[in-house]
Write a protein that binds this ligand. Structure first.
Ligand SMILES: Cc1cc2nc3c(=O)[nH]c(=O)nc-3n(C[C@H](O)[C@H](O)[C@H](O)COP(=O)(O)OP(=O)(O)OC[C@H]3O[C@@H](n4cnc5c(N)ncnc54)[C@H](O)[C@@H]3O)c2cc1C
Length: 384
């Protein structure tokens, strides 16, 4: 029997969408070029963070956070999600004002933010460096294991009847009559009345085929992990700064290893699908860590890696209907913050596709906002 919808791309967005579409009674075919979760969804830092997000995105992030808490019952796996809290720290008075404004925003109410300074902060977080001025605490945020995420959603989706095929690369999508023909590099043609593109950093290549280029850059954030240390850093910690170069973040897992990233991104090769771990990143990161949490500067790093992520020019994802073609939907370009959103994006896209509307506002992420991109920029974006 032919599917109701074909999903292209098996990261967390594609696999979660497949899972939730199946729950809503849709027959789903998911096609993944390599193996599910092998790109950004499996290589990311693992932050399940809401604080600091673009405020109009918090409704989506809140919906996703609620799902993170229900994963064992939903997909039979907890993805090692630990709601240990998250702190965002700053070094300067003007940044402290930014943290306070964010905490006071009505959209952020559900996050339960509280700002600590002075002795209160030092008592709670004695390991923070002397330059840290304030810490904004989000008690319900946390972290999870990205390696587990997309494969777990894929397993649950498959168990429930989703047709999920790996090693199938899609080169072209044609609108034919009221449906679509989806062509693979091996010459197969799949048909369905609806298509959802969840191709991550490669999403713009497919949307360009329908005259909807997206100005996107591809970058490889640099990650590292230390040897196991005593388990003292319960919260995920990140620096809030307008100076990109001083942003660093870390989390510790109960086994003791500290995972960190930030301050350096490489240019991945989208054709070889590789994002190199850059040796020059580590000394810079250790320097930023010394400022944030001096004790960590002495830790031994046992592995470094990177991943391929698509960053949309305005730092907001593409989510929703195609503005050109009936039956075509997009969820890609999550600009370095899609892991936390993954379950919520899957749920929202399934609701939108199955019912024609969604209760969570996603208008700011509409692809139509780029309809005015100039021809020069559009072709540049399509070549990414
Ligand atoms: C190093 C790093 C650290 C990050 N840290 C965090 C973090 O801590 N917290 C957070 O919230 N976010 C983080 N992110 C961002 C987050 O990982 C991504 O936004 C999210 O995983 C995107 O999921 P996705 O499913 O859209 O993309 P992907 O995981 O890239 O999946 C897209 C899939 O589509 C497939 N595909 C592409 N083209 C085709 C085609 N033509 N045919 C078939 N299949 C195709 C690819 O093979 C890929 O598997 C980080 C990203 C990176 C790289």
């Amino acid at each position: 029997m032919s599917p109701d919808i074909i999903i292209i791309g098996g990261g967390i967005m594609g696999t979660a969408s497949a899972f939730f579409l199946n729950q809503r009674g849709q027959r789903v075919l998911l096609l993944e070029r390599g193996l599910v979760g092998q790109h950004a969804s499996g290589t990311n830092f693992g932050n399940v963070r809401r604080q600091g997000r673009y405020l109009p995105q918090l409704a989506l992030a809140n919906r996703s956070r609620a799902l993170w808490g229900r994963l064992p019952e939903l997909i039979g796996d907890d993805l090692e999600f630990l709601p240990t809290g998250h702190i965002r720290v700053c070094y300067r008075p003007e940044e402290l004002q930014g943290l306070q404004d964010y905490a006071n925003a009505p959209e952020a109410r559900e996050l339960g933010l509280r700002i600590y300074q002075g002795t209160g902060m030092r008592r709670r977080y004695p390991w923070l460096g002397p330059e840290v001025l304030a810490a904004s605490h989000a008690p319900f945020d946390g972290h999870a294991n990205p390696r587990l995420a997309a494969p777990a959603f894929a397993r649950a989706a498959r168990r429930n009847g989703v047709d999920l095929r790996e090693n199938v690369e899609i080169t072209r999508i044609d609108k034919v009559g009221s449906g679509f023909e989806v062509h693979s590099t091996a010459g197969e043609v799949f048909t369905a009345p609806q298509v959802l593109v969840t191709a991550g950093a490669w999403g713009g290549k497919l949307s360009s085929q329908f005259g909807e280029p997206v100005p996107m850059l591809t970058r490889g954030p640099q990650m590292a992990v230390t040897e196991p240390l005593p388990y003292v850093f319960k919260e995920v910690v990140g620096v809030s700064s307008k100076v990109n170069d001083e942003v660093i973040y870390f989390r510790q897992i109960p086994r003791g290893n500290v995972i960190f990233g930030g301050c350096y991104r490489t240019l991945p090769d989208l054709d070889s699908l590789r994002s190199a771990a850059a040796p020059q990143a580590l000394p810079l990161q250790m320097e930023r860590l010394r400022r944030l949490a001096p004790a960590l500067a002495r830790a031994h790093v046992i592995r470094t890696w990177s991943g391929v992520e698509g960053y949309v020019e305005d730092d907001r994802p593409i989510m929703g209907r195609s503005s050109q073609v009936e039956g075509l939907f997009y969820a890609f370009g999550f600009s370095g913050h899609g892991f936390q959103l993954g379950p919520g994006v899957g749920d929202v896209m399934a609701e939108l596709i199955a019912t024609g509307a969604t209760g969570t506002p996603i208008e700011p992420f509409d692809i139509g906002r780029f309809q005015t991109v100039s021809v020069g920029r559009a072709s540049e974006a399509a070549g990414q």
